[in-house]
Structure formats: structure tokens, C-alpha cells
Design a protein around this ligand. Structure first.
Ligand code: KIV
Ligand code: ZN
Length: 513
């Protein structure tokens, strides 16, 4: 079995998706889960992009011990120096530098000749090598680049000290045959390629990211890059869980080891979906809600006779215990703590006590607490950073009847601790809530998207609301969970506002309540 490295870019390319905005506590939580998942390398952000990105990269580099932590840098000294400041505390400092190599990018975006791009690439790698033992160099838009130019520039950057060469299909344009052929060409023609790692990075614009990544592996790639749930720019990046499971299920064909802990897939996917507010399509391969559902009579009959008739992947393989009954109304603190530890949570006594209070509230209204419910509840406690000042919902009340004008009254603690209340009408309950909250928060809100979904199954399942909005002109996504979808909606609205306030670095004092 050949071993390939898994490079996760959920926190960099994934976070670049429209409407995704993670705070530092959430990024750290995802990074810790990616470490458990078994990612060889975690790309934790783009340190030069903003002080927030820098802080998150620095804190992740100081936290993660079993995966290499990297950060992105353009081919300029200031980006690389900033990356070094953020990453130098990591176990094995690694930087990811990129420059475009396709004619269209070089001429129209960079406005440089191929020779100038070559000089910049060599200089940036040499500069990075003064600090970093591990330097990954990416030829952005490699799949639309001239293969001979690629061979020349790759050879030069290897001579300059690059330890990994990455060949992205930046716009998701390549077919599997083309992408595989590029890897073969580079492997056959670049002197010294056997001394570095060769990496694939695929986008999914034509729905071919998984096939392209597998084609690269068949043609010499020793590292693959992607994100959890396939989140990323436009149609996203390749979904790492698909690659890991495909290589496992078809190991006779590929003969590849990844080091990925398949049992951590479900949890990693769930965490990323929960914290990014990016819902997973039900029919998504491996992690979609319906990925293991057999609906038709013929299939169900076959499954009863022998599961191998229709099931190639089992929920157990990816650690899916989502509907497993775990605790009930009478479960005590000890059983709760025990379960939290079994699920891999490491909460302080204070957070555990708070989570237990929330659990008891939930158990009063929900008969059966399944693993999915606990996961949401414990994750919320884990990332709940009381230092972050926020608007906090005190209550929401909706008056709705088919013959009445829907009216909502909401009250919330302002950032300075004052309790404010206002009412508004709307065409429906949700609009009435939005309108009443808009009166409470200082600023202009424009709703772009709004979705509610259930966590787990059953009529008393928790409701999750995700709201994508512009607040004071900036796009932001908020999410929250409650037993009632209208309460979840109000909380998700304020969550989006709070995120934008924190992001904008506004000085607001700690909320009361
Ligand atoms: O898709 C791409 O080309 C990238 C590079 C920055 C590696 O994400
Ligand atoms: Zn990319």
C-alpha cells in the first residue's frame, strides 16, 4: 500500500465560500477535529489577509500537535513574513505559496510575462526557505497552463527549495483524463520530482473534482487537497470524505493508505456544517442524510435478504451514530459527563455544568435525546466564548392566525447590557420576527437567504435556522438551534448581526444576561 498525505483546506479555501465566516473559537474547534480526523496538513487560513485570519492561524499552530499546520501566502515577502510570524510556533512550520502560471492569469491578472512569473516564484521560494523547513509551491490554474512551462518552472522552484509541488485545477475545468495526464507528464519530465511531494487540488465546477483527484492519484500524486463536505469557492473543492471512503472501499483498485480515521467522518462533517451554516445536500455522497436510506421496496427487500445487495458503505464505517438514543429525562450529571467524554468533548467543569443545564431544559420538552442533539448542544458550549460581546435574545413572542396580521415582539440585551423590546408586523411570522429584530439592532439588514432544517429525526427534533444577510453592507451568515424553529430563527438573526459586529471590530461591551 502506498501512503498519500491528506491536506485539508476547509479553513482556507472552504472558508472562502460565499457567506461563510468562522470566528477564531470555531476555527480552533474545527482544526482540533481535523486533527482527530487524521489530516496530515491543515491549512488554517491566510495570515496576511486580516488580523482575524492571522490570530486564528497563530492559535491553531499553537494548538494542533498531530497534524502539520500551514497558511497561505502570495509570492511576496510581506505575506511570507506574516505567515512566518503566525506559524513559527507550530510543530513543523509549513507555508503554502502560490502564483498563477496559465497564460490567461499571467497576462490578464498578474500582467507579467512567463519569465517574470518564473523569477517571482523562485525568489519567493528562496525567501520562504530562510524561515520554513517545509515550503509548498502552487502553480495556480496549473490545468490551463502550458505543460512545458510548468515543467521548467517546477524544476526551478524545486532547486530553490520547495518541498511540495501543488498543481491545482483552480476553475474546475479539467477532465479526469487531462488532469491525470498532467500529473504523468510532470512526473515523467521534471528532474527531481521524486524528491518532493506532488499534490492535487481540485475544484468542482463541472462536478468532476472527485474523479479528477483520483486520476491524479493514479498518475503519481502523493498528496491530495480538499475540504470537508466539499465546501469552497463557487461549486466547492473536492470533498475529502469522498476521497477517503473511495480509496478505502476500492482499495483493491487503488492500493492507497491515507491515515484518515474513517470513524471521524460523520462528526467532522457535522461540525463543519454546524459551524459554517452550510447545509449538506441530502443526497451528498458519504455524508448526506439519505446516503444510507433505502426507499424503494425492491431495495428494502434486497437489504433484508442480504445488505450486500445494495449497501457498499455502512453508516458505522463513517462513525454515524446520529440517531442512537443516548440519554433521557432522568439521566444524571454523571451519565451526561460520561457521554460527553465518550463523544470526545473536553469541556471545563463550568462549561459542562452549563451544558448539563441546557440538556435538562431540552429533556423536558424532548422525549429522546439522540447523539445528534448532544453533539449540537456540547459543540455550542465548547465554542461559546463569553468574552465575545453580543446582542442576546431575551424572548420572542409571535401572534399568528390565518385571519390576523402576524405580529412579533422581541426583546434582547444590547451590547451595553440594556434590555430593549420592540414589535413589528410582517407578511408571515418569520418576517414579523425579522422586522421586530431589525428595530432592535442598530444597522441596516437585508436578508439574502433563510433556511430551517431539523437536527436528526422525529416530530420533536431540534430545529436549526440559518440566515444569510447583509448587515451594514457586509455579507454574513448566522445560525442557531432551538426546540422551536421561530426561536431558532430569532437567535440565528442575532447571531449573524453579532458576527458582523465582531468582524468589523466594533468596540462593544459585554452583553448582560
Ligand atoms: O484553487 C487554487 O488554485 C487555490 C490555490 C491558492 C492553491 O486554492
Ligand atoms: Zn482552490
Amino acid at each position: 500500500m502506498r501512503k498519500i498525505d491528506i491536506f485539508d483546506t476547509t479553513l482556507r479555501d472552504g472558508e472562502q465560500s460565499a457567506g461563510i465566516n468562522l470566528n477564531t473559537a470555531e476555527k480552533i474547534e474545527i482544526a482540533r477535529q481535523l486533527e482527530r480526523f487524521g489530516a496530515t496538513i491543515i491549512e488554517s487560513g491566510f495570515p496576511a489577509a486580516s488580523p482575524g485570519d492571522f490570530d486564528a492561524v497563530q492559535r491553531i499552530a499553537g494548538t494542533v500537535k498531530n497534524s502539520i499546520v500551514t497558511g497561505l501566502a502570495r509570492s511576496v515577502e510581506s505575506d511570507i513574513s506574516r505567515a512566518w510570524e503566525a506559524l513559527k510556533g507550530g510543530e513543523q512550520p509549513h507555508v503554502h505559496i502560490f502564483i498563477a502560471t496559465s497564460p490567461i492569469h499571467m497576462e490578464h491578472k498578474l500582467m507579467k510575462t512567463p519569465e517574470q512569473v518564473m523569477e517571482t516564484a523562485i525568489a519567493s521560494v528562496k525567501y520562504a526557505k530562510k524561515f520554513f523547513p517545509l515550503v509548498q509551491w502552487s502553480a495556480e490554474d496549473a490545468s490551463r497552463s502550458d505543460p512545458e512551462f510548468l515543467v521548467r518552472i517546477i524544476r526551478k522552484v524545486i532547486e530553490a527549495g520547495a518541498t511540495t509541488i501543488n498543481l491545482p485545477d483552480t476553475v474546475g475545468y479539467a477532465t479526469p483524463a487531462e488532469y491525470g495526464a498532467m500529473f504523468k507528464y510532470v512526473t515523467d519530465n521534471v528532474i527531481g520530482i521524486e524528491n518532493v511531494k506532488l499534490s492535487a487540488h481540485c475544484h468542482n465546477d463541472l462536478g468532476m473534482a472527485t474523479a479528477n483527484t483520483l486520476a491524479a492519484i493514479e498518475n503519481g500524486a502523493t498528496q491530495v487537497e480538499g475540504t470537508i463536505n466539499g465546501i469552497g469557492e463557487r461549486a466547492g473543492n473536492v470533498a475529502l470524505e469522498e476521497i477517503a471512503v473511495a480509496l478505502h472501499i476500492r482499495k483493491q483498485i487503488y492500493e492507497i493508505e491515507t491515515g484518515i480515521q474513517l470513524k471521524e467522518i460523520k462528526r467532522t462533517s457535522q461540525l463543519v456544517s454546524q459551524l459554517t451554516g452550510s447545509l449538506i445536500q441530502p443526497n451528498k455522497a458519504v455524508v448526506g442524510k439519505n446516503a444510507f436510506a433505502h426507499e424503494s421496496g425492491i431495495h428494502q427487500d434486497g437489504m433484508l435478504k442480504n445488505p450486500l445487495t445494495y449497501e457498499i458503505i455502512t453508516p458505522e464505517l463513517i462513525g454515524d451514530a446520529s440517531t442512537q438514543l443516548v440519554l433521557g429525562k432522568h439521566s444524571g450529571r454523571h451519565a451526561f459527563k460520561d457521554r460527553a467524554i465518550k463523544m470526545g468533548f473536553e469541556l471545563s467543569d463550568e462549561k459542562l455544568n452549563q451544558a448539563f443545564v441546557e440538556f435538562k431544559k431540552l429533556a423536558d420538552s424532548k422525549k429522546e435525546i439522540v447523539e445528534d442533539d448532544l453533539f449540537v448542544l456540547l459543540t455550542d458550549q465548547q465554542i461559546n466564548d463569553k468574552e465575545v460581546p453580543v446582542y442576546e435574545l431575551e424572548s420572542v413572542q409571535v401572534h399568528y392566525g390565518t385571519a390576523n396580521i402576524p405580529t412579533a415582539t422581541a426583546s434582547a440585551y444590547k451590547p451595553d447590557g440594556e434590555l430593549i423590546r420592540d414589535s413589528a408586523t410582517g407578511a408571515g411570522s418569520v418576517e414579523a420576527i425579522f422586522n421586530s429584530l431589525e428595530r432592535l439592532v442598530a444597522g441596516k439588514v437585508h436578508i439574502l437567504d433563510y433556511r430551517v432544517t431539523s437536527i436528526g429525526k422525529g416530530r420533536d427534533a431540534l430545529g436549526e435556522a440559518v440566515i444569510n444577510m447583509t448587515y451594514n453592507g457586509e455579507t454574513v451568515t448566522g445560525r442557531d438551534v432551538a426546540q422551536d424553529v421561530l426561536e431558532a430563527t430569532a437567535k440565528a438573526y442575532l447571531n449573524a448581526v453579532n458576527r458582523q459586529l465582531v468582524k468589523a471590530g466594533q468596540k462593544i461591551s459585554v452583553a448582560a444576561g
